[in-house]
Design a protein around this ligand. Structure first.
Ligand code: SF4
Length: 360
């Protein structure tokens, strides 16, 4: 009864209590409930509190998750946003991101093709609608797009905006200010560029571009008028402290949308075989991300099925957004399974509330 849980005392929250101090589950629940109350009243959680969330014992994860849910419910009710990805250009990338099957250093047996046609992009938009997605994410491999590629994507987006009620997100790599302006002018709502990991860890997963290149692109897309989307991939060797760094870096970036990927260690990539995450670890990360970024769209992204496994539904207590269908080069679960999961949880798919086209 005298064993102590690891972790410092922080921000009025005793994160280093002895087991004897924890009277029962109700005490655990009230601890995180108090922090949730404070967040809902406008207080920001501290780094020490965020770290404590990543280190809660398994018995306390549900209490933490329920506290995160109260914050999620305040901002998003029981709605779930669905997003669909099209891999608009696959492989052929000169960068060396260690997690990526499309990298020049990857030997994964994936399809490799240049930018797909406008007709294919439009067909993808129709498929996104059929899957009940509100946002259609056009993703290209590569360090940065050429001006011709930006123009082709922009022309397709203009048509998608004219003919559907989808929001469009683009993820095309590093951008110039002119390219960002062109995409915003075409009606792209959102631009995704993930930080992926912490500043300190970045060189371990990529050497051909840097963390600051990514920060700059997120900043630039926001300046052009697009909503910034930036997230991370967890399970690449980062420490709990670095996971907290990531959450606070995304907060500092003021990313509107935060995809939380959990590494799917694809055979043929430098990270093949790396399995560091348990379903409970994923839930702790999602809850921590909600506490640090209470009002943001938090998405359970790639690797959901293989890392959360049977606990996938519980992730929705912290997150309010999912990808529906396949990922870039790996399969997701069937859309029908996601719709059923959402219904079974008592949540509902959010109908896209379309913004007007940006002024031309
Ligand atoms: S993540 Fe993007 S930039 Fe990095 S290797 Fe993959 S496609 Fe290239």
């Amino acid at each position: 009864m005298s064993v102590r849980e690891p972790g410092p005392v922080a921000g009025g929250l005793d994160v280093g209590r002895s087991a004897a101090d924890r009277v029962d589950g109700a005490a655990d629940a009230s601890r995180w409930a108090t922090v949730a109350d404070q967040v809902l009243a406008g207080r920001e959680v501290t780094r020490e509190e965020a770290l404590a969330m990543l280190r809660v014992p398994d018995d306390e994860v549900l209490a933490l998750l329920y506290a995160a849910f109260r914050i999620r419910r305040h901002y998003y009710g029981r709605k779930v946003k669905l997003n669909m990805i099209i891999n608009a250009k696959s492989g052929l990338c000169p960068e060396d991101c260690a997690y990526c099957s499309q990298s020049v250093v990857s030997e994964a047996p994936i399809d490799r093709y240049p930018l797909v046609s406008r007709e294919t992009l439009l067909a993808g938009a129709r498929e996104a609608q059929a899957r009940k997605a509100g946002t259609y994410c056009i993703v290209m491999s590569g360090r940065r797009p050429s001006n011709r590629e930006v123009e082709e994507v922009a022309a397709a987006v203009e048509e998608i905006r004219r003919t559907t009620d989808l929001k469009v997100c683009c993820c095309l790599g590093l951008l110039t200010p002119e390219q960002a302006d062109r995409l915003a002018q075409a009606g792209v709502h959102r631009y995704n560029h993930n930080l992926n990991t912490s500043r300190e860890r970045y060189a371990d997963i990529c050497t051909t571009h840097g963390y600051d290149d990514r920060v700059q692109t997120v900043t630039l897309s926001k300046a052009a008028g697009m909503s910034p989307c930036s997230g991370a991939i967890f399970g690449m060797g980062e420490t709990d402290e670095e996971r907290v760094d990531i959450a606070f870096a995304l907060k500092a970036l003021d990313a509107d949308s935060i995809p939380c990927n959990f590494l799917n260690p694809i055979d043929g990539t430098p990270l093949q075989g790396r399995r560091e995450l348990t379903p409970y670890t994923c839930l702790r990360i999602l809850a921590m991300m909600r506490f640090v970024n209470p009002a943001k769209e938090i998405r359970i992204a790639g690797g959901r099925e293989v890392n959360l496994r049977s606990l996938q539904p519980l992730g929705l207590y912290a997150a309010n957004s999912l990808f529906v269908g396949d990922y870039l080069t790996t399969p997701g679960q069937a859309p029908e399974a996601d719709w059923q999961m959402i219904e079974d949880m008592g949540f509902e798919i959010e109908v896209c509330a379309l913004d007007p086209m940006p002024a031309r």
